[in-house]
Write a protein that binds this ligand. Structure first.
Ligand code: F6R
Length: 244
């Protein structure tokens, strides 16, 4: 079941998202949280940091799994998702570094890297709350539009539109990696609850297809219609383009 919530603006969306995440952590301090990178959850992470600074939230017992990482980037690379999470969240809260999990961006054996992540997810007992952004092409994690869905952690060629969308973080398009390692659709669907955020009007079409289109691997997010507990949080700018 998908519940749609419209927040007035990006700030309110970020605050509401932070309340949902904080509620999860307060109800279950040892929650397993799936995190996403990208621009959309930045406000959420800012709010979580603020809650922690105010003494209102502890992540000391939380375990985290990130959705994805660029293939070929070391953890120290300025554009690695590992570094992104440290800079924007992990360094500013009381999270235990041992409980932070990322798919490996640098590896000699890709299959082994994917299997290792699967084992870590399994050992943690799965994800309690998965945070997602959405690509303008309907991708979630880096599950790009395709003929079929891949369920488990895998290596994926990034769609050209995704590379272009993410080029803003790199010196130029050529520097954007061509591959990523990502949780699969099955990993995401196994999360006990999902919170998807969209705050840019260029996402409206993808959000619309996700909410009311047919379930189609060409819009990977559409599969979320089959999940029992999904909250889609959009700002008014996105909502203005939706027909629900
Ligand atoms: C990031 C991820 C991607 C992004 C999506 C939206 O870990 O998995 O699916 O959530 O590309 O990115 P932004 O928020 O930058 O528009």
């Amino acid at each position: 079941m998908v519940e749609l919530i419209v927040a007035e603006d990006y700030q309110r969306l970020s605050e509401q998202a932070a309340h949902i995440v904080a509620r999860q952590i307060r109800n279950k301090p040892d929650s397993v949280i799936g995190f996403a990178t990208g621009s959309t959850p930045l406000g959420l992470y800012r709010e979580l940091v603020e809650m922690h600074r105010q003494g209102e939230l502890s992540l000391a017992k939380v375990t985290t799994f990130n959705l994805d990482e660029y293939v070929g980037l070391s953890r120290e690379h300025p554009q690695s998702y590992y570094r992104f999470m440290w800079e924007n969240l992990f360094a500013h809260v009381d999270i235990e570094p041992d409980r932070i999990h990322f798919p490996a961006g640098l590896f000699t054996d890709g299959e082994a890297a994917c299997e290792a992540y699967e084992r870590e997810l399994e050992a943690a007992g799965g994800i309690d709350l998965q945070i997602l952004g959405i690509g303008a092409n309907g991708h979630i994690g880096f599950n790009e539009p395709a003929e079929s869905l891949t369920l488990s952690t895998h290596i994926v060629g990034l769609a050209e539109e995704t590379r272009q969308a993410n080029a803003r973080f790199f010196e130029n398009l050529a520097e954007v990696p061509r591959e990523a390692i990502t949780m699969g659709i099955g990993n995401i669907m196994n999360a006990r609850a999902i919170l998807l955020l969209a705050s840019d009007k260029n996402k409206a079409e993808a959000v619309q297809s996700m909410l009311t289109g047919k379930v189609d691997p060409k819009v990977p997010a559409s599969v979320l219609q089959l999940h029992p507990r999904v909250t889609v949080l959009v700002n008014a700018e996105v909502a203005a383009h939706l027909q629900t």
